[in-house]
Write a protein that binds this ligand. Structure first.
Ligand code: KG4
Ligand code: ZN
Length: 343
């Protein structure tokens, strides 16, 4: 069963062809160069760029997979969560293809996609990675920080989430403060700076670690960083950029580890999956691996670097399980985006 999947939830125009968990192609056109000078995603520019690129990315996706639209069984598209006017571009295109070629449409939640990105395979079916439910999933992206019980295919329960900013958003905003510049995305910049810094140099608050629930909060940490930097002379800030980044990253990730540890204990689950853009961070991977090793558990991350951030292959993989469940969009005309969709 071949699926053509589209994701335009934020700043990547992504198209993939998948078959089960296997990725036959996973193409994207990134808009980072358009948005970076504004220090974040500019919605109108994003919409226009998606509109301009989507046809050529679809063409590339089909070509790389060595297939044609006639050979595709189903179309899949992200319906949310994400940036409303960006989501709309992918949805309209998916609906049009679906009508024109008489293929059923499958609607996928973007965060479901990030979960399944940990179980994606290449075109030859590697890695095998059998799925041993249940998993405890940590989702860390630009808009979400969630702990999810992944009970079985397509069955999720959100057991903890951020009450304010997401961890990726906190890293993006933090980078702008530390570097005193409009930069985007900030996560990779903080990771790079932090490599040369001292993570104990600045005593930043560890968000919400004492609360007994499984929720997260990043607004206090962000404010603390802002105050710390505001008190510095420009010269001192420049000298301390690496250590500011290392201390900030440490505080942000420490909160993730504490809650992950608490959830593993509470639910007695040692099979962990970590998805979302922030899962690209090598330091985060290292500290999660060492945490999971302590309980003889197993952790899986997205199976290659193209799967860390937004991509359409993860959407196609979810769609496969939805198709097996007969979950199709019933009425194409009334099907619409849901910018605030939840799992
Ligand atoms: O999943 P994603 O690509 O888009 C959303 O669905 O939000 O996540 C984007 C987020 C951004 O906040 C970005 O700064 C962060 O992922 N990110 C990273 C790294 N690469 C991307 N954060 C930390 N370290 C990285 N290497
Ligand atoms: Zn995402």
């Amino acid at each position: 069963m071949k699926i053509l999947a589209i994701d335009t939830s934020c700043d990547d125009t992504s198209v993939a062809v998948t078959e089960g968990r296997r990725i036959l192609s996973n193409e994207k056109y990134s808009q980072i160069l358009i948005h970076e000078k504004w220090g974040g995603v500019v919605p109108n520019l994003s919409k226009r760029a998606h509109e301009e690129r989507i046809d050529s990315v679809i063409e590339r996706g089909l070509k790389k997979a060595n297939t044609t639209i006639e050979d595709i069984d189903y179309i899949a598209v992200t319906y949310g969560p994400g940036l409303a006017i960006a989501l709309g571009v992918g949805i309209e295109k998916a609906k049009a293809l679906s009508k024109e070629h008489g293929k059923k449409l499958i609607a996928v939640n973007h965060m479901e996609g990030h979960i399944y990105s940990c179980f994606a395979q290449n075109s030859k079916g590697n890695p095998e990675r059998p799925m041993n439910f249940p998993y405890l999933v940590l989702l860390v992206s630009g808009g979400h920080t969630e702990l999810v019980m992944f009970k079985d295919h397509l069955q999720y329960e959100v057991i903890g989430k951020t009450v304010d900013d997401a961890v990726g958003e906190a890293l993006d905003k933090g980078a702008r403060v530390i570097m005193n510049e409009q930069v985007y995305p900030g996560g990779p910049l903080i990771e790079k700076l932090a490599q040369d810094g001292d993570k104990d140099a600045f005593d930043l608050p560890r968000p919400k670690v004492r609360a007994q629930d499984l929720d997260f909060s990043y607004s206090g940490l962000k404010t603390a960083l802002l105050y710390t930097v505001q008190e510095m002379d420009e010269e001192i800030r420049i000298k301390n950029m690496s250590s500011l980044a290392a201390s900030y990253q440490e505080a942000a990730f420490h909160a993730l580890i504490i809650k992950l540890r608490r959830a593993m204990k509470k639910y007695n689950i040692v099979n962990i999956a970590v998805g979302g853009g922030v899962a690209a961070n090598e330091y985060l991977r290292k500290i999660i691996r060492s945490e999971v090793r302590k309980v003889d558990g197993e952790v899986c991350f997205p199976t290659n670097k193209d799967l860390n951030g937004d991509n359409a292959a993860m959407i196609g993989i979810v769609a496969h399980y939805k198709a097996m469940n007969n979950e199709f969009v019933e009425d194409l005309d009334s099907f619409d985006r849901e910018a605030r969709a939840e799992l």
